[in-house]
Structures are given as structure tokens and as C-alpha cells.
Design a protein around this ligand. Structure first.
Ligand code: EPZ
Length: 433
């Protein structure tokens, strides 16, 4: 079984560069289905990620030509025939459901497997369907699939989302670009990834205003054409490395990071005593000897991101005193707590809130990544735990972090990735001392 093996003791130091955002590029690739003229070329794509491979394979399965070279993905969707997303790909990644809106807009028909359960709680798509129905789509659900068709044509309408769902906002936004008339999405998600999608679509010829606010207006157009576009930096990847720098009392510059996407984290880290400098071309983090406890509550953007709740818990564990973490976005996103407890962490959970008793040392042991961000958080915990920490189930981490080990190693971390079965010579002792 492949593992990440990490030892404590290093203060991270140096510069790393942020990659393009996973959660932004997945819907951008889905949105490329809408380009009936010219090809799309998306750059700054984190092409090494499993999720990016999955979405490109999904488009290829639809008959769309996709080419990947370095960090550029080129998509030629002028002509394609299939409108059915294969189960083998959708079951790997929930974001596959973002092909639903574009397929309905382009082909008036789509058959997509229901995404199913997930390690962070139930994740229905009722808001996606409700919004697309308001635009004139009709759905039947059966045998594990959602089948949608547009009997006449998509028509603009007012859509109110009960929850500011990121995926639902993306699906409705994409479909509305080719609907006849004006669509208003009220209580839309405001995440930077929504703004990125709207910029991309506008460059393709769409008419979208208000993205980044809860009120988005889309005036439908007859067609969209290909364009060249660079993805925004990955704010969650950046946040993870900011926390890594702070827990190790290090000094790290993350080039290309956009601080305005991370205000909630920056303010919370400053409250804890960490020095965070917002520079024009990145973010500089310097740790402090004495971390103060702090409470966080995850919320839709601009609130504290749920995707940083588990990495932040490591910083809270490193602080002197008791901190709280309240999770309001997902119903079951505390799976990492059991693993932290195996490392000696004192954390109590009461409903949606975790009480984290900081200031006690963690002890390295074997732990398992339960989801993508939990996996990264366990690696961070290994950076400050006594002895050796071995993190397994790396497939989760590979979905969303490009070379987590290499990046941390370049900052001086004592970390390695090893497959013990295939490498009998691997020894924990061979890690840098
Ligand atoms: C996106 O998921 C991200 N994924 C998630 O990142 C992120 O955690 C989440 O937004 C919240 O920020 C991608 O962008 C690919 P939602 P998404 O729809 O779109 C409920 C990561 O680690 N809901 O905003 O699926 C839902 O159950 C991942 O990179 C409904 O009830 O999130 C959840 O509790 C994990 N009905 C809440 O809304 C719906 O129709 C937020 O979900 C849709 C959602």
C-alpha cells in the first residue's frame, strides 16, 4: 500500500508556486461543451490531478476531442454525438454532474448517473434539477440515472436556490447562457470559482452580470465560441500550504496566490498570532512561537471554507488552548477527527461542533485519508507529531493536490512517498534527519 511518510522537526522555509484551481477548472472544462464554434484552450490547468483526468475522459466519452499538453487543455466541441455520461467516471467524481447543464443547453438531452454518497455527507442535486426545470428542462429519475430533456427550448426564468450551492449555481449558469431571454439566479453561490466560470463564459460570448454576488443575471445568446483562458490559482491548495508554514513556525512565500480569495483564513491566522503578508504576487506566511486558539465556523464564501476546516484543525491543535470548529456546509465532515485522535489529539464532537484541546503534542502513527482535504490535514499533522506518521489511502490526496510531497519537501519537510510492497528497500530511517 502506498503511503506518505512524514517526520516532524522541520520549520518549512522557501517559496512554492500555487497551481491552477481544481474546483474552478472542472466546471470550466464542462462549460467548454457549450462552444459550438472554435476550440477552447484553458491554461494553468493542474493537469496532474486525478479529477482533471476524470473530467477530460468524460468529455472524450461524449465524443468531444480533448488534448492535454503541459498545463493546457484544448477542447474541440463543435461536433459530438453522445449525451450520456458513463457511470465509471461519474462515480469517481461528483463534479462530473456539471456536464448536465451544458448538455441540456447544447443537445436538449442528457443522461447522467446520480452521483451517490460521499465521505463528507449526503450530497443531493435537487437544487441543480430545480433550477434547470425552471428553465424548461424535464427530468425523470430511475435506475440510478437522471435523464433530462428539453421539450421545446430553454427559456430564461427567475431561479431561487434554497442553498447557495456551488454546483447548482454552475449548472444553472451554464444552461442559462443559451436559454432564450433573461435568467436571474437569486441566492447564488459567490465563490471565486463561480466568478471564474462567469469570466470564462463571458469571454466565450455569454452575457452574465453579478457573478460573485448572490444575484446573477444571464441574458441568453444564440451560441458560444471557443476562447483562450487561464484558470485562477487554487485557494484551497494555497490555504493548505499557509497552514503548513504556520504549524511548523516556518517562513514560506506562496507565489501566484490570490490573498483576496482567502480573507477569512488570513484574518483567523492573524488572530492566532501568525504573520501573513498579502503581496501583489503571492502570500507570505511567518509562524509564531505562541499560537493563540481561535474559533471557526464554515460557511459559503466569503465565510470560512469547509475545504480548509480539516487543515485548520491542525493549526488549532497546535495552539495553546481550546478552539472550536463548527461545520455548517456539509453534514458529516469530521471523519478526520477519529484519525487525529489516533495521533493523540483531544477533540470532542457535539453535533456540528468540534472542541479542540490544543497545546498537547501529537504522536505519529498510521492514519488513513478519509477524503481529499482530510488526507492533506493528516500529512500536516505529521509535520508536527512526535515520531513517524504514515498516511495511507493516497488516492484521495491525488485527486486535489499536485505533488504534495514534492512541494513540502522543497520547503524542507522530512517527507517521502513510498510503496513498501514494491520497494522492499524502503526504510523509514532513510528519511532526511
Ligand atoms: C463544491 O462542491 C466543491 N467541489 C467542494 O470541494 C466544496 O467543499 C463545496 O463546493 C463547498 O464549497 C467542487 O467545486 C468540485 P455545494 P459542491 O453544492 O458544488 C448541499 C473539495 O474538497 N446541496 O455547494 O458539491 C450539499 O449537500 C470539494 O475540493 C443540496 O442540499 O458543493 C452540501 O451540504 C469537496 N442540494 C451543501 O449544499 C443540492 O442540490 C453545499 O454543496 C446541492 C447541494
Amino acid at each position: 500500500m502506498e503511503k506518505i511518510i512524514v517526520k516532524s522537526g522541520a520549520k518549512l522555509q522557501g517559496t512554492i508556486r500555487a497551481h491552477g484551481s481544481k474546483n474552478s477548472v472542472l466546471p470550466l472544462i464542462s462549460a467548454s461543451i457549450l462552444a459550438s464554434r472554435n476550440q477552447v484552450a484553458i491554461s494553468n490547468v493542474p493537469t496532474g490531478l486525478e479529477d482533471v483526468a476524470t473530467i477530460t475522459q468524460l468529455l472524450q466519452a461524449l465524443g468531444i476531442r480533448v488534448a492535454v499538453k503541459d498545463d493546457v487543455v484544448t477542447i474541440q466541441a463543435e461536433k459530438f454525438d453522445s449525451t450520456e455520461a458513463p457511470y465509471e467516471l461519474v462515480c469517481k467524481m461528483r463534479a462530473s454532474v456539471t456536464v448536465l447543464g451544458p448538455l441540456l443547453a447544447r443537445k436538449k438531452y442528457a443522461r447522467v448517473p446520480l452521483p451517490g454518497g460521499c465521505a463528507i455527507g449526503s450530497r443531493p442535486i435537487d437544487q441543480h434539477l430545480k433550477g434547470l426545470e425552471a428553465l424548461g428542462a424535464e427530468f425523470t429519475i430511475g435506475h440510478g440515472y437522471v435523464e433530462g430533456f428539453v421539450p421545446d427550448q430553454l427559456r430564461g426564468n427567475n431561479v431561487y436556490l434554497d442553498i447557495p450551492s456551488v454546483g447548482a449555481t454552475q449548472n444553472i449558469l451554464m444552461a442559462a447562457t443559451l436559454a432564450k431571454g433573461v435568467t436571474n439566479i437569486v441566492n447564488a453561490a459567490c465563490e471565486p470559482e463561480i466568478q471564474d466560470l462567469a469570466h470564462f463564459l463571458n469571454q466565450m460570448g455569454a452575457r452574465i452580470e453579478g457573478a460573485g454576488t448572490p444575484f446573477i443575471t444571464i441574458e441568453g445568446v444564440d451560441f458560444l465560441r471557443g476562447t483562450e483562458y487561464a484558470v485562477i490559482p487554487d485557494r484551497i491548495e494555497v490555504g493548505t500550504y499557509m497552514i503548513a508554514a504556520a504549524i511548523t513556525k516556518g517562513d514560506v512565500f506562496i507565489e501566484h496566490a490570490k490573498s483576496k480569495h482567502l480573507t477569512s483564513l488570513i484574518v483567523k491566522m492573524r488572530e492566532m498570532g501568525v504573520t501573513v503578508l498579502e503581496c501583489e504576487n503571492g502570500i507570505h506566511v511567518s509562524g509564531t512561537e505562541e499560537l493563540k486558539p481561535v474559533d471557526i465556523k464554515t460557511l459559503p464564501y466569503p465565510g470560512f471554507p469547509t475545504d480548509l476546516q480539516s487543515p485548520m484543525m491542525v493549526l488549532q491543535l497546535a495552539a495553546n488552548g481550546t478552539s472550536m470548529a463548527t461545520e455548517t456546509v456539509f453534514e458529516d465532515r469530521f471523519m478526520h477527527v477519529e484519525e487525529f485522535r489516533r495521533m493523540g489529539a483531544n477533540i470532542k464532537i457535539n453535533g456540528q461542533t468540534a472542541m479542540i484541546e490544543g497545546g498537547h503534542s501529537l504522536s505519529g502513527t498510521q492514519v488513513m485519508a478519509t477524503d481529499l482535504r482530510a488526507g492533506a490535514a493528516l500529512v500536516l499533522a505529521g509535520l508536527i507529531a512526535d515520531g513517524v506518521t504514515e498516511v495511507s489511502e493516497l488516492r484521495h490526496i491525488d485527486r486535489g493536490y499536485i505533488d504534495l510531497v514534492g512541494q513540502l519537501k522543497s520547503l524542507g519537510a522530512k517527507i517521502d512517498r513510498s510503496n513498501k510492497e514494491t520497494n522492499p528497500f524502503f526504510q523509514k530511517e532513510s528519511l532526511p534527519q
